[in-house]
Design a binder for this molecule. Sequence first.
Ligand code: 9MR
Length: 359
Amino acid sequence: MRSRTMRRTAIRLRLAGALAAVLVAGGVAGGPAAQAAERHGKEPTLADLAERHGRYFGSATDNPELVDEPYKALLGSEFRQITPGNGMKWYATEPQQGVFDFSQGDEIVNLARANRQKVRGHTLVWHSQLPGWLTGREWTAPELRAVLKKHVQAEVRHYRGKVFAWDVVNEAFNEDGTYRESVFYKTLGPGYIADALRWAHQADPRVRLYLNDYNIEGIGPKSDAYYRLAKELRAAGVPLHGIGLQAHLALQYGYPTTLEDNLRRFSRLGLDTALTEVDVRMQLPATEEKLAQQAEWYRDLTEACLAVRRCVGITVWDYTDKYSWIPAFFPGEGAALPWDEQLRPKPAYFALRGALGGK
Ligand code: 9MR
C-alpha cells in the first residue's frame, strides 16, 4: 500500500497532467470528441483498463442526451457498460395499466449493441417515478401483487438476453435499517422483495438479480439491513445474485472508509457487488483542492472494488457534469463527475485511470 503522502504527490502530478489536458482540449487542435478519438486510438480507455482486472467500467445515460453527438461519441468509446438513467423505470415502461412501452429502454439497448456494451437494467420495483395510475388509488394486497408480478415479468421478459443484470428492487430501506414504507411494503409486507426476485428469475433465469441502494457503501444500519436480508434470502434459496451500492458520495459528508470491508462481507455470502451510480458531489464553486479530493475518492473507491474479487464493476451516474442529476436535486452542489460540462476530463478521470493501472 502506498502511503497517503505518496498518494497525494501522485495526485498532484496527475492534477498537473489534467490541467495540461484541459488546456489542450480547450485549444483549437480539435474538440473533445477528437481528443477522445485520439485517446482511444493510442491509449486504453477506462473500460479497457477495467477489463484487464475482469471488471466493467460503465456510465449511466438518458434518452434526451442522445442527440448530443460529442457526448454520444465519448459514451460509446470510453465505456463498456451503460445503464438507462430513467428509460426502464415503471412510469416510462407501463404508463397505463397493462400497456407497455419499451421504446426508451430499447433505444438504450440498441445503442449499447451498436457500441458492443452491456446493459444494467434499472429498475423494476421502486417507490419513486411510479405511474399515476399506480399511485393514484388504493390497492388490496392481491390486486397489487398481480400488478407487480405482471410488471416485473413483462419487463424482464422483454429484455431477456439484452441486459445482464437487473436492479430488481431499488431503495427498499430507510437510513436506520427499517423497511421503507413504500406502497409495496405497506400493502404486501417485506415478502414483496423475495417475490419480485422469484418472478424476475422465472422470466429470465440467466439474468443477474440485484438489490440496489444509496448510503450503503460503508458499514452501518442501512447496509447491515441489506446484509441481514441478503443472508436470509440466500438461506431460503431466493434468487439474489448481487448488491448494488449506488455510491452517490458528497465531499462534505466524508469518504466511506469501510467500503472495502463492506464489499467483502457481501462476497462472503456468495454475492456479487457493484458500484452502480457513482458520483462525488461538492459544494460549488469547485476549487482545485476540492477537485483533487474528489479525484482521491474516485481512486479510493476504484481500489476498493478491485481489492474484492466479486466486485464486478463500476458505473458512474452519467460521466459528464453536463448531464449530472446533482444540481437539480441539491442546489449549490455539483461538479460530481469525472468529465466537466465541456466534456473535458477532470482530475477524477486521471485518478480513475491511475487506480485501474493506466497512466
Ligand atoms: O438520474 C435520474 C434522474 O434523471 C431522475 O430525475 C431521478 C428521479 O428520482 O432519478 C435519477 O436516478 C436515480 C436512480 O434511478 C436511483 N438512485 C438515485 C438516482 C438519483 O436520483
